[in-house]
Design a protein around this ligand. Structure first.
Ligand code: NAI
Length: 338
C-alpha cells in the first residue's frame, strides 16, 4: 500500500488555499473506488469544483496514478491518492462528503440485484470505516444495488451508534439526467431548461419518472409517456448492452455524481433552496427508504418534499414498484444484520 501527495508540502498548499479561496469554506471530499470507470471521471469533475479544497482518492488499486494525473490540474483542491485498506483511515479522516462508486458493475443480462453478493460486502466494510473515521460526513452511495446498499449503510451506521438519516443519500441523479434528456428529445424543448422529478428507487420499475410534472410542459400522448418511462427505467441497461461486457454507465454517471455532490456541498455551505432527487430515509410512503425531491442544507437532508400530484399512470407505477423496493430494502437490512 502507498500514498501519493501531489502538492510539495502541506504548508505551501495552505498558503495557496488561503490566497485563492477567499471565504469559500474548506471541504474535504473522499471518493471510494476512485480508480474505477466512474471513479476516474468523477475525480476529474470534483477536481474542477471550486467548492472542494481537498480531494481524497481511495481505491484498492491504481490510485497513485489517478491522483498524480488529476493532481496536476491547476484548480483549488489538493489531491491525495490512497491505496489499500491500511490507508483507508487517512483517506476518510476529516471528510465532509464521501462518495462511494466502489464495486463491480453490470454485464449484459445482469440485473443490479445480481451485484448484491459482491457489492454488499464492499459497502459494508467501507461504511464501517466511515463510521469510525468520519462519522459526521455526508455519504453519497453510488454502488449498486442502491435500493439495498443504502439500507445496508444505515444498518452499519446504526450498529456503530452514529447513524444520522439526514446524511445518507442514494445517488439517483443519473435517472433524473436521463429522464431530462429523453423528455427534451420527445417534447422538442431545450434540454438545459428541462426539469423532471424521478421517484421510487434505482432499479428497473422502481425508477418512476413523473413526466406529468415535467417543465417546460408539453402535450405528449399516453403512448409517448409510457415509452419515455420505460426508456428511463431501462436507461442503464441500454448502456450495459451498448458496452457489450465492458461495464455500465461511467461518464454520464460521473457527471450525475458530480452534480449531486455539488448540490450536497452547496447545502453544507448554506446556499438556500438546493433541491435534488435522492433515495433517502423517508416517511413519504410506507417504505422506509424512498427517492423523491429533497431539500439540502447544512446538515444534509433539510426536508423530504411531497410527491405532488401524480397522473393515474404514475399512481399505478407507484403501487407497482412498492413490492420490489420493499424486498430490496429488507434484503439489505437482513444482510447487514446477519
Ligand atoms: P469499475 O469496476 O470500473 O470500478 C469499481 C472500482 O471499485 C474499481 O477501481 C475497484 O478497484 C474498486 N473497488 C473494489 N472494491 C473496493 C473496495 N473494497 N474499496 C475501494 N474500492 C474498491 O465499476 P464502475 O463502472 O465504476 O461502477 C461502480 C459501481 O457503480 C457499480 O456498483 C455500478 O453498478 C454502480 N453504478 C451506479 C449507478 C447509479 O446510478 N447509482 C450508475 C452506474 C453504475
Amino acid at each position: 500500500s502507498m500514498l501519493v501527495r501531489s502538492s510539495s508540502s502541506a504548508k505551501q498548499s495552505l498558503i495557496r488555499r488561503n490566497l485563492s479561496s477567499g471565504s469559500v469554506p474548506e471541504r474535504k471530499v473522499a471518493i471510494l473506488g476512485a480508480a474505477g470507470g466512474i471513479g476516474q471521471p468523477l475525480a476529474l469533475l470534483m477536481k474542477l469544483n471550486p467548492l472542494v479544497s481537498s480531494l481524497s482518492l481511495y481505491d484498492i488499486a491504481n490510485t497513485p496514478g489517478v491522483a498524480a494525473d488529476v493532481g496536476h490540474i491547476n484548480t483549488r483542491s489538493e489531491v491525495v491518492g490512497y491505496m489499500g485498506d491500511d490507508n483507508l483511515a487517512k483517506a476518510l479522516e476529516g471528510a465532509d462528503l464521501v462518495i462511494i462508486p466502489a464495486g463491480v458493475p453490470r454485464k449484459p443480462g445482469m440485473t443490479r440485484d445480481d451485484l448484491f453478493n459482491i457489492n454488499a460486502g464492499i459497502v459494508k466494510n467501507l461504511c464501517s470505516a466511515i463510521a469510525k473515521y468520519c462519522p459526521h460526513a455526508l455519504v453519497n452511495m453510488i454502488s449498486n444495488p442502491v435500493n439495498s446498499t443504502v439500507p445496508i449503510a444505515a444498518e452499519i451506521f446504526k450498529k456503530a451508534g452514529m447513524y444520522d438519516e439526514k446524511k445518507l443519500f442514494g445517488v439517483t441523479t443519473l435517472d433524473v439526467v436521463r429522464a431530462k434528456t429523453f423528455y427534451a428529445g420527445k417534447a422538442n424543448v431545450p434540454v438545459a431548461e428541462v426539469n423532471v422529478p424521478v421517484i421510487g428507487g434505482h432499479a428497473g420499475v422502481t425508477i418512476l419518472p413523473l413526466f406529468s410534472q415535467a417543465t417546460p410542459q408539453a402535450n405528449l400522448s399516453g403512448d409517448v409517456l409510457t415509452a419515455l418511462t420505460k426508456r428511463t427505467q431501462d436507461g442503464g441497461t441500454e448502456v450495459v448492452e451498448a458496452k457489450a461486457g465492458k461495464g455500465s454507465a461511467t461518464l454520464s454517471m460521473a457527471y450525475a455524481g458530480a452534480l449531486f455532490a455539488d448540490a450536497c456541498l452547496k447545502g453544507l455551505n448554506g446556499v438556500p433552496d438546493v433541491v435534488e432527487c435522492s433515495y433517502v430515509q423517508s416517511t413519504i410512503t410506507e417504505l422506509p427508504f424512498f427517492a423523491s425531491k429533497v431539500r439540502l442544507g447544512k446538515n444534509g437532508v433539510e426536508e423530504v418534499l411531497d410527491l405532488g400530484p401524480l397522473s393515474d399512470f404514475e399512481k399505478e407505477g407507484l403501487e407497482a414498484l412498492k413490492p420490489e423496493l420493499k424486498s430490496s430494502i429488507e434484503k439489505g437490512v437482513k444482510f447487514a444484520n446477519q
